[in-house]
Design a protein. Sequence first.
Length: 569
Amino acid sequence: MIMNQLDNGSLQSNQKISPSQWFRSGEPVVWITAAAVSLSIMVVIGLLGLLAIRGFAHFWPSDVLAAKSLANQQMVLGEVVESELVPLQQLKDSGLDIESDEDFVERLLIKQGNRDITGTDFAWYLPGKFQNSHFPETAMVVERREWGNLYGYLQEVKREGEVIADARENDEQAWLVFEQAIARTEALVEQIEKIEKDDIGRINYSMEQLRLGQRRLELEGQWDDLKAAQFDERSGVLEQNYLGLQGQLGALYSAIQRDSYTVRLGSGRVVDMPISKVVFAYRPNGMGVIEKLNIYRSKLAEFLLDDPREANTEGGVYPAIFGTVMMVLLMSIIVAPFGVIAAVYLREYARQGWLTQVIRIAVNNLAGVPSIVYGVFGLGFFVYFLGAEIDQLAFPEALPSPTFGTPGLLWASLTLALLTLPVVIVATEEGLARIPRSVKEGSLALGATRAETLWRVVLPMASPAMMTGLILAVARAAGEVAPLMLVGVVKLAPTLPLDGNYPYMHLDQKFMHLGFHIYDVGFQSPNVEAARPLVYATALLLVLIIALLNTAAVSLRNRLRERYKALDV
């Protein structure tokens, strides 16, 4: 009997399945789905890899090439940024005299820096036109606060015009003195920034508040000689403090101009430069891996924690990071309660008729409206109408200068909350619809009121769906740029919207955003080659921030889902 069963099984396994039977079995759909998921994962990994390699590789201290160009008989000194193959005929058509047996010729893009001297940061060179190519250990890279990088050889370090170290006599000693002078200058720069941004900024804010207070009393008809005397006394104190800080700044600016250095460029020209413009300097050709890692860490920290420089092509993106996170948090605080309340009303309280269906259709259609339309609405309603009314009622003393009647952080957050509101409503309503009717009826049967049932039973059980809607809202809002250009984002914000001045969070201020920063650096930069790596790095940073925010929300949603898993919600 066992043998008969085995024979029947072998016969069934040898039977051929027709294509129609195979398609009806659903197995092709499984394979197609698996292939689509695999392709999507590979695309995402490839995109992140491209952003990481092109972006964060920019901060690695590359070796500095020195070579003699046979084209103009001048020395070339700089970093090799990239290489590409160019058709030989194209180079000949451009007027270059090149002899090669190959159809394609390699050329190098070299970052030679010294833009204030040569007029350009980057230049293309043909390796075949180089002579005596080498990597000198004494070649240095100087990152400056203005004009980008400087490439050359340290000659002298001066103090008040007098040479205190000569690299031609003792290179190691001169480099040590140079590094000490840079560290001293950096400490002075920090003191200057603290006084200008914190201390003087606080005094300017107090003086402005004092002026607005005087204007308010004048409008109310309460300004008199006594209040004028008090105003003069307080303004006099602030003026004295301001003059004292100006004296400190003058001393610091004099001290910071004390040191300078002489550098010999690759062309052989010798120039004198102030150390006050130096951020840091290093010699990559003489460094080991550990030393290069330290420089890489310093440059990466500068990118994450410093303010931008040089039309956003140098420095960091910290204000943009801060503005992006702050705007997303405010948007989440605004959109979550309104979306949940609207969904609860539509599902639990509204009469289910044609009007409710029309509202649901309108909500779904709002999710597909182009974001720039929301930006125009935010500018017209929030800024020009609501903000102007708030200025008339709460800040008449500041008029005609607007306080809330101008694009700012609050209006940007409200605009994006309005943009993402349909997503939260739909997700929350679907979660409410999945709650078993028996659970609600059981709560009411036990004596709970309808409000208690909603607050203690329905909303906790629907909380995973609410978090899903919030996750989708954060993912969309964090990457939006078009509406923000109309309602608050700027190329460069002088101060952060959060500081030590009352009321501490200034929702009326404009702010920076990583998405707009990418657009500005990538398409509005005067130095495209210098800005390109920062576009990749900033794009990856934006993706990581969105992923971090979503990961926190997903973690909370999973905890809520596990908590109410027994109810099969």
